[in-house]
Write a protein that binds this ligand. Sequence first.
Ligand SMILES: Cc1cc2nc3c(=O)[nH]c(=O)nc-3n(C[C@H](O)[C@H](O)[C@H](O)COP(=O)(O)O)c2cc1C
Length: 369
Amino acid sequence: MSASVDALFEPFRLGSLNLSSRVVMAPMTRSFSPGGVPGDQVVEYYRRRAAAGVGLIVTEGTTVNHAAANGYPHVPRFYGEDALAGWKRVVDAVHGEGGKIVPQLWHVGNVRRLGTEPDASVPGYGPMEKLKDGQEVVHGMTEQDIAEVIAAFAQAARDAQAIGMDGVEIHGAHGYLIDQFFWEGSNQRSDAYGGDLAGRSRFAVELVQAVRAAVGPDYPIIFRFSQWKQQDYSARLVQTPEALGEFLAPLAAAGVDIFHCSTRRFWEPEFEGSALNLAGWTRKLTGKPTITVGSVGLDDEFLAFMVKTDKVAQPAGIEGLLERLNRDEFDLVAVGRALLVDPDWAVKVRDGRQGDILPFSREALTQLV
Ligand SMILES: Cc1cc2nc3c(=O)[nH]c(=O)nc-3n(C[C@H](O)[C@H](O)[C@H](O)COP(=O)(O)O)c2cc1C
C-alpha cells in the first residue's frame, strides 16, 4: 500500500460514530425492494460492501412515512413493521462485518407523478401547486402539510435509532422536496417558507431541528445538498463562498454534524480563484466534517467519454483525490458507481490491486450484486 493510499483507510471518529475507513458508499436508488421491503438480496448487497473496506454505507434513498414521499417503483420504505424489520436485517449484516450504515431519508416532492405507488391517486407535493388540464398534479403544501412531513422525517430518524442504524442522512439534494424549497424557481411562496434563501431554507432548518430533537444530542445527522439538480446539471444554488456560508450556517446550527456535498466531479473547483471543491469550501466555512463525491474511481475510458461530451476539466484520478484528502480539504470520500460495479473496489484500492478493479458498465446499473 502506498503511503498516500493510507489516508483513505485511516479511521474517522465523530462523537459516537467510529468508521474504519474514509470510504463512504454513496446513496444509490436500486428499485429492488418490491412492496417497499428490503429483502435478502438487499441485505447481501450492503453486507458485501461492508465486508470489503467501506467505512460507512449511506443506503439508497428510503421514503419517510408520508403519502407523497415516493416517486419510483420498488423503492424501500423507511416505515411500517415489515420494511423496518428488513432494514434491521441489513443493519445486523453490516455490523456483523464491522461496518456502519445510515439510511438516506427521502421525500421526492413535486417529482412524484399520479399513478406511483403506494397510493396511485396521491399527486406530488411541493412548495407550489401545479395544475394540468384543470387537475392538481402537484399539491402546494400548506403549513399543516409541512408540519406533517417534518414529523415524518423525525419519526424515521427515531426508528433508525431504534433499529441500530448509526445515524441518518437527510436527502436535501438533487431537486427533491427539500431542495425544491431551496430554489427560487420552484419556491415562490409568499409565506415564511419562501422569499430569500434564508426563508426558502426554513423548511430544511426546521426539519433538521425536529430530527435533532427526536434523536438527542449525540446521534449523527448527515445532510446531503447539491448545487445541481436532476432537472438541470448546470444550475447553481449559490454563486459565492459568502452566499454558501450564509446558506449553511443555519443548517449547522440546527444540528447537522456532517455535510455531504454532492458534486458530479470531485476535482472541479467550486468557485473561481481557489481549487477547493464544494466539500472543501463547506468544511472551511462551517468547520464541520464533509463528504466529497463525484466520479471517484471511474475508469479513464469512461471519464474520457465524459470529457468529450460534457466539456469537463481533465479528471484528477485517485492521486488527485488523495492529495486533497491529505490536505484535509474534506474528511470522507463517497463512491457511487465504482462501488456499484465492484463491491470490492475499496479493498482492491487498499491492497494495490487496481488492475483487478471491474470497469464501469451500464449493465451494472440494472443489477443488484
Ligand atoms: C444508480 C444511481 C442511483 C442514485 N440514487 C441516488 C439516491 O437515491 N440518492 C442520492 O442522493 N443520490 C443518488 N445518486 C447519486 C450518487 O449518490 C452519487 O452522488 C453520484 O452517482 C456521483 O458519484 P459517482 O460518480 O461515484 O457515481 C444515484 C446515482 C446512481 C448512479
